[in-house]
Design a protein around this ligand. Sequence first.
Ligand code: GLU
Length: 479
Amino acid sequence: MTVRVRIAPSPTGNLHIGTARTAVFNWLFARHEGGQFILRIEDTDEERSKPEFTENILSGLRWLGMDWDEGPFFQSQRLDLYRQAIQTLLDKGRAYRAYDTPAELDAMREAQKAKNQAPRYDNRHRDLTPDQQADFEAEGRPAVIRFKIDDSRTITWNDLVRGPVTWQASDLGGDMVVARASSASTIGQPLYNLAVVVDDIDMAITHVIRGEDHIANTAKQILLYEALGAAVPAFAHTPLILNQTGQKLSKRDGVTSISDFQNMGFVAPALANYMTLLGWSAPDAAEQFTLDEAAQQFSFDRVNKAGAKFDWDKLDWLNSQYLHSMEPAALLKLAQPYLKNAGYALTDADHSWLLPLVALLGPSLTRLTDIVEQSRFFFTETVDFTDDAKAQVQLDGVAAVLEGVLTELTETSPVTTDDLKALVNNVTKAQGVKKGLVMKSMRAALMGALQGPDLMDSWLILRQRGFDVARLKGALALT
Ligand code: GLU
């Protein structure tokens, strides 16, 4: 048997972290088993589905590195298939048209509420006579099509994550609507549970891996597989993603979509790596790995039942690991959009100093966005001074040191950090001061601060930019 799994997002919002994590588990399982990963867009909700959300979902999955083998298939293009299946259910006597008005359904629910009963459809139109049906049609009532649920059934499956799961059919809310707005001769809009089952049968899905919020749907869907005479696939329900206080991660937690994480400066391999850890752990307890490496080791035995707490510190840590080990050219490519967004003017000609800049700053980044602040002083000819940097350049003897450096700069034209080190040594000797004083004063003069990245590397970049002389003159003006 070839394993075939699918991710089936609804394009009613951007690619959600929960959907993306479910996609990761599907992908890992497919790749582990040498199977296929299929992408299906569940866009039957015409009002809420939007093409821009589909675009966001596709680009998010691609960005994370989850290539799919088939699709994207769009449910909106497959409505005939669902209608055929509904017709089959009608023909077999497994479904029927129900003509209840919204007011009648409300009254039914109110009565149930008054008796402290759970809301459910009481199957009152299950056995309408042809005459009753004709009367409702004559009244112009639209019908829904309901699938018969046998309340005496117990539904069980052996969930790959949760073990045996049991549902009483009597808890499923009565006969289930599978199509809306139908008439005696037409079948209206097919609904979610039916469409999913028809697609999963048609696409020969062997394992349905999805969030645990779908457990009740699974019970209903198993009944549909049986009624349609199809083999029931295996099910794996993955744990919810929780925030720090143990609630389901939601918009209130600030970010929910993959593009939010992207905008916050997380890189794809780090986020994909982190999502793998949301509910799964590697047998060797490794925490940093590629999706391919995780796929080699993936199994449902190591997926937790309990909700997975979202841990920002761990995500930041992983992101920093990826950023710190990245080649400067790759890092520059990723950092450029953030620099441009911050309004820094960049041209291709700038690569000669941008590459050393990202090589310098890469090891201190946690998120790509950090580069905006950390590189700010490389983008302006002059710099504002912090109070302690100003105090440093105003110390006795510092003006002479800075003048000495300025003279040496014009006389020796340094082009490497070794040249700059030699220059510092010369000035130190000539001025008869401590080297520490020269270094600290140069840092204050060039960066306007007493903290920052490596002095010599920074200086060389400022020199390439043609900014170092202006900075030294600016510092001298303060003395
Ligand atoms: N369209 C459903 C969702 O976005 C997924 C259903 C499924 O995986 O069966 O939650």
